[in-house]
Structures are given as structure tokens and as C-alpha cells.
Design a protein around this ligand. Structure first.
Ligand code: PMP
Length: 389
């Protein structure tokens, strides 16, 4: 029998897609399903963005584009970063990718190999740990705890540094916790990392426009002293409700850019052209839809946190960003996976077990509140009835 090389046995997955498939199957069987599982906005992409995509098709934009992205789009990304974070980024450092995910894939491939250590958030986006394991590197968790708002402790990250540490992955606002890393922890970490000039930093800032309660995003791009070893992930999927278009980007330092571009040429060649034109319209056009979406998320966030905390056995910290609640369910007597499975099978509510985001997610589940207030309220009734037994 044929089989792939051993590294494939170490490749993990993103359980949210399995939950989505199961939820859709149950819905097709006629069950009433509320989907708080998958992490995507429930809004349509803004109309002017859709129009720009259609227009590009009508205009005959049907061919390949440069692998790194069409120049106008790369320039628009650089201009957007200047507007949002006040930072100067060269168009030449912008790599346009089909979704933001390939940036983490490429970066971990660049640094991971046996004998190397990579620090990554746990609980965190599951692809980090999956890809680190795939490369044969040692995955060293950056522990995120409820007690510190699911931010990291810079002292702990620095204590875990060894001469073998080649990459540190950070994600703020964070998936699955909604945690936001305060500026002082970032600065403490960067100060300590001065002693490790060979360690790269991957900062996943895909939720940077989705923040609440007056919180401000601190982009790692605003620290010139680390620019030569910083890779940043951002994109359109969350900010502009464009998950299905498949477009995102990475900012790479000069020493890595050509390697990343070559990985693009070796895999997908380029992002489809109409999507790139739609992405220009998203950055350059009116931002009302994006603003409106964050306001709606904030209302839902307050609703879901209040309602979760009112359920016996459940407590939920206030998420500062993204669109996930990450309640502590240990008081229900169920472990995370049982809670996820029973809630979907017996009550028709799709969520994702905290353990899908790493071992430190035990005792938690992730609920995406990118859903209507009616759906959230009904889900809360169902959770309460499951917990009441
Ligand atoms: N990073 C994080 C933290 C995410 O949550 C996601 C999407 N769930 C991504 C990256 C990937 O985004 P995209 O859909 O643009 O590939």
C-alpha cells in the first residue's frame, strides 16, 4: 500500500472545519443547528467589494498575476499599514497570498527542522502547532491563562528561550481566546529578545481591526529594531468578511521575501485576479461596513458574555478582541470535548472544544459570536438546558 512520508503523521488540523461539516450534515438531516463553531463573520462582503470583483471579471482579468500580487494591491497594503499603524512598509515586502494562512505555513517551513525550538501560543490557532510538528521542530507552548486575560507573560517566554529557539509566534487579538496582549508585555519581550538576534518573530495580526472597549492595537511593525526578523500576518478575511474569497498577506523582511515568493511559485502561483481587485476596493473604498460589523460584534460580545456568566457552572472572561468567547466550563463536570460533542449532538449548537487549540485549552470551549443575536440567545437557552442535565 502506498503512504506518504512520516512527517504527514505529525500534521494536525483545524477541528473547526470538521465541526462545520458535522453541523452541516445534521442540518441537512433536518435538525435545527446553531453554528457558533467556525470563525467567520456572518456578514456579506461589502457591496462595493463584490462589485469590484465582478467588474474585474467583466474587464477580462482572467489570467495569472505576478506571484507576489498585483503591484497596485501591494502598494495599497503598504498605504493601509501607514494609515492604520503609522508605519512605513515597502511595497516590495508585501506578499499577497490565498488567505492569510499560507504566511504561517511558509514561515514555519522556513524555520522549522529537527533540533530547532519554536514557541507558539497555547491555547492558540491550531495550525501553528500542527506545522511546527510537521517540520520536526520542537513545539514549545507560550502558556495563555484566563487569569491574565489570555495574554502572554513575557518573563515566561524569555525563560523558555534556548540557543535552539528560531521562531516565536504571537497572535493578538488572539484566536480562540479573544485575548489582547498589552503593550508593556510586548515591549518587555522585545527588550529581552535583544539577547537572541537569531530568533525570528511571527506576529499574526489578522484580528487587529476587531477590538473593543477602546483598546488599541500594537502592531509589531511599529518597532523598527526588529524589522529585519519580523514577519507579520494580516488580511481581509475577518476585517472585510471575505473568508471565502481567499486572500491575505504577509510582510516579510528582505532576507526572506524571495524565499516566500518562491514557495508561492512552487505551490499556487498567484491569488486569483478578481479577488485581488476586490481587495483593493476593500482597502481604498468606504470603511463603513467594516465599522458597522465591529459595532455589531461588540453588542453580541456583551450579550454572550453576560448570558454565559449567568449559566451555573460556566464563567466567561471579557474578550478584548476578535469574535470569540472562550468560557471556562469546568464547573459543568464535562471535559471540553464531551461538552462540544454533546452540545452539538443533543442540543444542536456547534462550538469548538478548547483542546482543539492545544492541551491548555482543556476546560474551555470556543464560541464564535459572529452570529445573530437571536441565534446567540437561542444557543444560550440550549447550553443552559444541556448543563442542567
Ligand atoms: N490567523 C488566525 C489567528 C486565524 O484565526 C485565521 C482564520 N481563522 C487565520 C490566521 C487565517 O485566515 P485566512 O482565512 O485569511 O486564511
Amino acid at each position: 500500500m502506498i503512504r506518504p512520508v512520516a512527517a504527514f503523521d505529525r500534521l494536525g488540523t483545524e477541528t473547526a472545519f470538521e465541526v462545520l461539516a458535522r453541523a452541516q450534515q445534521l442540518a441537512a438531516e433536518g435538525k435545527s443547528i446553531i453554528n457558533l463553531g467556525i470563525g467567520q463573520p456572518d456578514f456579506r462582503s461589502p457591496d462595493h467589494v463584490v462589485e469590484a470583483g465582478k467588474q474585474a471579471l467583466d474587464d477580462g482579468q482572467h489570467g495569472y498575476t505576478p506571484a507576489a500580487g498585483i503591484p497596485r494591491l501591494r502598494a495599497a497594503v503598504a498605504a493601509d499599514l501607514k494609515k492604520r499603524h503609522g508605519v512605513q512598509v515597502s511595497d516590495q515586502s508585501v506578499l499577497i497570498t490565498p488567505g492569510a494562512k499560507p504566511i504561517m505555513y511558509f514561515t514555519i517551513l522556513m524555520f522549522g527542522e529537527p533540533g530547532v525550538e519554536i514557541q507558539y501560543p497555547n491555547p492558540g490557532f491550531p495550525i501553528y502547532e500542527s506545522m511546527i510538528n510537521y517540520t520536526g521542530a520542537k513545539a514549545v507552548p507560550i502558556e495563555l491563562h484566563e487569569s491574565t486575560g489570555f495574554s502572554f507573560d513575557a518573563d515566561q517566554v524569555l525563560a523558555n528561550m534556548t540557543p535552539q529557539t528560531r521562531l516565536i509566534i504571537l497572535n493578538s487579538p488572539g484566536n480562540p481566546t479573544g485575548g489582547v496582549v498589552p503593550r508593556d508585555q510586548i515591549e518587555k519581550l522585545l527588550k529581552g529578545l535583544e539577547a537572541y538576534p537569531d530568533c525570528a518573530i511571527l506576529s499574526d495580526e489578522i484580528y487587529s481591526e476587531i477590538l473593543y472597549g477602546g483598546r488599541q492595537h500594537t502592531s509589531l511593525l511599529s518597532y523598527p529594531e526588529i524589522r529585519d526578523r519580523l514577519i507579520v500576518i494580516d488580511g481581509w478575511s475577518k476585517t472585510y468578511a471575505m473568508t471565502g474569497w481567499r486572500i491575505g498577506y504577509g510582510i516579510f523582511p528582505e532576507s526572506l521575501f524571495a524565499h516566500a515568493e518562491r514557495l508561492a511559485v512552487n505551490s499556487y502561483s498567484c491569488v486569483n485576479a478578481p479577488t485581488q481587485f476586490a481587495a483593493i476596493a476593500a482597502l481604498e473604498g468606504p470603511q463603513d461596513d467594516a465599522d458597522h460589523m465591529v459595532k455589531a460584534f461588540d453588542e453580541r460580545r456583551q450579550l454572550i458574555v453576560r448570558e454565559l456568566n449567568a449559566i451555573p457552572g460556566i464563567t466567561c472572561a471579557d474578550p478584548g478582541g476578535a469574535f470569540y468567547a472562550f468560557p471556562n466550563i469546568t464547573g459543568t463536570g464535562m471535559d471540553s470535548r464531551t461538552f462540544q460533542r454533546r452540545l452539538l449532538d443533543e442540543r444542536g449548537v456547534a462550538t469548538v472544544s478548547g483542546t482543539s487549540f492545544g492541551a491548555l485549552g482543556e476546560g474551555y470551549v470556543r464560541l464564535s459570536y459572529a452570529a445573530s443575536t437571536e441565534a446567540i440567545s437561542e444557543a444560550m437557552v440550549r447550553i443552559r438546558s444541556l448543563v442542567a442535565g
